[in-house]
Design a protein around this ligand. Sequence first.
Ligand code: ZN
Length: 256
Amino acid sequence: MIDSIEKVAQWIIDSQRTVVFAGAGLSTESGIPDFRSPGGVWDRYDPEDFYYQNFISSETSRIKYWQMSTEMYGPIRKAQPNPAHLAIAEMEKLGKLDCVITQNVDALHFKAGNSENRVIELHGNATYVTCLSCGKRYDRDEIQEQLGKTQKAPLCNACSGLLKPATISFGQAMPVRETEEAYNRSSRSDLFIVIGSSLVVEPAASMPRIAKRSGAKLVIINRDPTPYDDMADVVIHDSAGPTMAKIMEKVKKGLG
Ligand code: ZN
């Protein structure tokens, strides 16, 4: 275990292009439930009701969507970055982060101090709302407050289009620019560190394989085994926060 920490720290020091790939496990340590896990909101709502096509076509679906989404947003709004987020932000400060590709929608990388051009959000961002017609962007809290008063699905004040949290829903296409960028960065990385992802949801799951095939070292830090453990150069089955904190301590010492 100590060997693994030291190895990863040295690789970060030596690397020119480290890509971090962040999954739900990173944010559960900040108190954000993994919405897909048992007891999550999907146990109480029917995912069928939340397909993008239904959101577009039915006011009833939109109201249901906003109810569920409001419930998910509560913990996101309150959450603070944990030591793993802070470690990733520190990597950027030290010039040791090409980018972080994240499956999380909670914007905690930004709260931790990462800059906009270093974070690729594959599933969008729950802290703002966009108009599906004209693209106008709104602060989430502002819309939530309005929703609490009207109990109606909110509309754009510029064009009367439908407003939706800026996250990717079931049945909605992955964001093209972000997905392409994530593939590009993965294939050009020389060190690819997976943190808190079980690597089962596509297309995210194929990124470590692409990185590895292009010659990157692959590190997996996840509490449970993943289908890619056999392919990895180092696997650490432990919590993200304490592990990343230890690694960054060594990196800082190594960089002097
Ligand atoms: Zn609009």
